[in-house]
Design a protein around this ligand. Structure first.
Ligand SMILES: [Zn+2]
Length: 604
């Protein structure tokens, strides 16, 4: 694609003279895009994990580029908008596990003999034990460890994994997650869970590392893993053998649950502390030279990535401890943000509206930076007329396929996008793919949840996505330059048209993006921020079951279908049990009041 084809669409913004050969030009160039990407995706930034030094250096780089371009911060603010988040959990001082088998108490030592799981609730419990096999309840698969076990008020011992072992394709695999095991026990009134590795599955019997999963609301009961020798000791005291029990269950695929004699007692205290970290969004504000009011267009991209990866990080190569450079995800979008900022600074005098350039942190951990921003906006959200997001725009293929999300969120979007894509009567820049939905897995979602029209540009996923191999040498810089010139023209159209883009709540039926694999939908978008004891609703889709039931963004779902919802895992599990047409009672907290709603589930 030749550059001269990209003439500026809207007078009086004038095309800039070519600045080839200059060190830094106001023009959007593949050369400068590459320079930004090479820095952001270099090993020295260590994968830009939120809360780390590499992430701070990326933020500093963006701020210093803004300054170099002559783009100031929002008046009265600095470039950095700091926010706190839960970074990790660590063991507190109070963890204890004391076992009495009739021969006097034995105290196990934390981190050596037992360890709480990262999503355990902090609590102290004491009581008798029930052995409950694998702790799986899947009657639909003909298997239920709780079928004949009364665990109310008891501490349950369960094996890790399932009768299918560690086979990821086993029939009971989806029921055997640690979150599910905690929930099955909790829903049956158990007071705590002791997890143990069967000899068949994990001969080494390592304790699960303490890890914070970032979608954490606690499990609602204490859950620890104990070393096998401790559980073997308990079972021996009542004449049972763990290995033979496991053989029996696996062989027969029948549950083998039983109460453990009353003289065996356990007292258990779990104590986890949350370590809070800090990170920052970076904001630069360009006041339009011809601005008549406070209208502002937000252009955004996240700059954080996955650090060194590892289990639970979102890496798709979790066994590898390697820097995840995140060149496409999302050094590409960040470089785009910088190039657009530099370009528009040069156009300041002509702009009829202002632009806020926002580089987000915490995206990979659950849109932390953008949800913080919409809750603590630097400029009034009522004046934010639209939000343009760029996340992964560096891998344009030969097909020139460019996906745009949010195209249904304003009635004007499709016209603008189509018009600016046209080169001549017969030719277009991109093969555009439109997705109406304004909710999706990147930062525009936070803005759409606040009733702001959004557009999200994306060149598509690829084999290096969320892997250490997503590196700078695989990007199509010429392609990204074209994408940015297109985004620039779309932005100009929005900025220079007198009328504000209207906001449209995209109907549930034409949208995608609820958790996959469910037969039914409630028509809500979860909020992944911190919500103790419940699941917070980030947004409600128009005409969906939740909207019809009267649910609002900001509601916290605490009960559904008569079952407690303490976290998103509970919610998903209940959703998985429902079918279209089911009427489900949902209890929500709104401004501290409990409200009962009734929703009719729809087919996805
Ligand atoms: Zn990502």
């Amino acid at each position: 694609m030749e550059r001269r084809l990209f003439t500026l669409a809207i007078a009086p913004i004038v095309a800039l003279a070519s600045a080839q050969g200059q060190k830094s030009s106001e023009e959007i160039t593949s050369f400068e895009i590459k320079q930004h990407v090479q820095f952001l995706a270099s090993d020295s930034l260590d994968g830009r994990l939120t809360g780390t030094e590499g992430n701070r250096r990326a933020a500093q780089y963006i701020a210093s580029q803004f300054e170099r371009f002559g783009l100031p911060p929002v008046p009265g603010q600095s470039y950095l908008q700091e926010f706190e988040f839960v970074q990790q959990v660590r063991l507190g001082q109070q963890n204890s596990f004391v076992l009495a088998t009739g021969t006097g108490p034995e105290e196990a030592s934390v981190d050596k003999d037992f360890r709480p799981l990262g999503f355990s609730t902090n609590s102290s419990v004491e009581g008798n034990l029930v052995f409950a096999g694998y702790g799986i309840s899947a009657p639909e698969k003909g298997y239920d460890d709780y079928e004949n076990a009364d665990v109310s008020g008891k501490i349950v011992i369960v094996l890790r994994y399932s009768p299918d072992g560690t086979n990821p394709h086993g029939e009971l695999q989806e029921f055997s997650s640690l979150r599910n095991k905690a929930r099955y026990a909790r829903d049956r009134g158990a007071s705590a869970v002791i997890l143990v590795n069967g000899e068949l599955d994990d001969p080494d019997d390592d304790l699960i590392p303490l890890r914070y999963d970032h979608s954490m609301a606690a499990s609602g009961l204490p859950i620890i893993q104990a070393k096998r020798k401790i559980v073997e000791g308990i079972l021996e005291a009542v004449g049972q053998d763990l290995r033979s029990i496991q053989d029996t269950i696996n062989g027969t695929r029948r549950p083998f649950s039983f109460p453990i004699a009353k003289n065996v007692k356990v007292s258990l205290t779990t104590d986890l502390e949350q370590i809070r970290g800090k990170s920052a969004n970076v904001a630069g504000f360009l006041e339009g030279g011809k601005a008549q009011n406070d209208d502002v267009l937000v252009i955004g991209a996240h700059f954080d990535h996955l650090g060194h990866g590892g289990e639970g990080s979102g890496s798709l190569s979790p066994d590898e401890d390697a820097v995840h450079n995140g060149a496409d995800d999302n050094a590409s979008g960040t470089a785009g943000l910088l190039e657009l900022a530099q370009f528009f600074v040069g156009q300041r005098d002509y702009l009829k509206r202002s632009i806020l350039f926002l580089a987000f942190s915490g995206e990979e951990l659950g849109l932390l930076g953008s949800s913080y921003y919409v809750q603590h906006p630097l400029l009034h959200l009522e004046n934010t007329i639209a939000m343009i997001n760029m996340d992964m725009i560096g891998r344009l293929q030969e097909s020139r396929k460019l996906t745009v999300y949010g195209t249904g969120t304003s009635s004007r979007w499709e016209n603008i996008l189509t018009k600016e894509n046209r080169i001549s009567e017969h030719d277009s820049l991109f093969a555009l793919s439109f997705i109406a939905d304004g909710f999706g897995p990147s930062d525009h979602s936070s803005f759409y949840g606040k009733n702001i029209p959004v557009l999200f540009f994306f060149t598509g996923t690829h084999n290096d996505y969320h892997k250490p191999s997503d590196d700078w040498d695989l990007l199509n810089y010429g392609g990204e330059e074209n994408v940015l010139r297109y985004v620039q023209k779309v932005a100009e159209n929005i900025l220079q048209t007198d009328e504000r883009p209207d906001y449209v709540n995209v109907p549930s039926s034409s949208s995608r993006g609820d958790a996959r694999g469910f037969r039914v939908t409630l028509g809500i978008i979860p909020d992944y921020g911190e919500t103790p004891n419940g699941m917070k609703v980030g947004g409600v889709r128009a005409e969906g079951p939740a909207a019809k039931a009267g649910m609002l963004g900001g509601d916290i779902i605490v009960k559904m279908g008569g079952k407690n919802v303490l976290n998103i895992y509970d919610y998903m599990a209940i959703l998985g049990e429902l079918k279209a047409g089911d009427i489900v009672e949902v209890e929500v907290l709104r401004n501290g009041n409990r409200i009962e709603l009734s929703a009719t589930m729809q087919k996805r």
